[in-house]
Ligand binder design. Structure first.
Ligand SMILES: CC(C)(COP(=O)(O)OP(=O)(O)OC[C@H]1O[C@@H](n2cnc3c(N)ncnc32)[C@H](O)[C@@H]1OP(=O)(O)O)[C@@H](O)C(=O)NCCC(=O)NCCS
Length: 195
């Protein structure tokens, strides 16, 4: 990530938390840590995103574990409204992406890409060697997103979803490498300006 990009991203976060230099436009996308207070906005998105959505209790449990350091969950806000979220579990040397979802009306604008960028940078910062996840075999849009981030399919979990649909297991290895840093920088450069 370029220094300029990193500063812009920090400015966006500062704007989201009310501490801003005044340079970030109020309609900028901001990424910030997920909190329990966000759940009323998250749950309606979750309900439309998955056939078997997480309950409020699952999110609360994940946030409790985030407080202990074994999880990292983020929300993306546009004009103060939550438009997406995502997160991961730290497992030994791999970060397992557990959830990435975007408001159906706000898809295809790069919001999941922003969330994935922050998760990938954060996993590197936390010293993880790899990223991994499961994705429904029919979910080609998510698979395309993950391939861009260097994930490759390594196996199938049969009937993983609702005891019916197969899951593709994807891994992205060597995330501490310079090559992976360059990949993230390329994605940042391709997505255009930060603001
Ligand atoms: C998957 C999901 C998170 C993508 O969110 P998004 O904000 O629309 O994604 P982005 O705009 O950042 O798209 C990034 C890339 O993903 C791929 N992609 C995203 N949506 C796609 C679609 N409908 N068809 C094909 N490719 C798609 C494309 O490669 C896209 O890049 P491009 O727009 O430059 O072609 C969103 O569709 C979603 O919430 N789905 C329901 C929940 C879900 O399935 N989550 C994944 C669980 S494993």
């Amino acid at each position: 990530m370029s220094i300029l990009s990193r500063f812009l991203r920090r400015d966006k976060t500062e704007w989201a938390t009310g501490v801003t230099d005044g340079a970030t436009p109020p309609d900028a996308l901001t990424i910030e840590p997920m909190r329990r207070a966000h759940l009323p906005e998250i749950l309606p998105i979750e309900l439309t995103a998955y056939p078997q959505p997480w309950s409020q209790g699952v999110f609360q449990d994940e946030l409790a574990m985030q407080a202990r350091g074994s999880r990292h969950y983020l929300v993306a806000k546009l004009a103060g409204r939550i438009v997406g979220y995502g997160g991961m579990i730290y497992m030994d040397t791999a970060a397992h992406i557990t959830n990435v979802a975007v408001d159906v009306a706000m898809r295809r604008r790069g919001i999941a890409t922003e969330l994935m960028l922050d998760l990938a940078w954060e996993a590197r910062r936390a010293g993880m060697a790899s990223l991994t996840l499961e994705v429904r075999e029919s979910n080609v849009s998510a698979q395309s997103l993950y391939r861009r981030f260097g994930f490759a399919p390594v196996g199938v979990r049969a009937k993983y979803y609702e005891n019916r649909d197969d899951a593709i297991v994807m891994w992205c290895t060597d995330i501490q490498s310079e090559a992976y840093e360059a990949r993230l920088q390329t994605i940042e450069a391709e997505r255009g300006s930060d603001s």
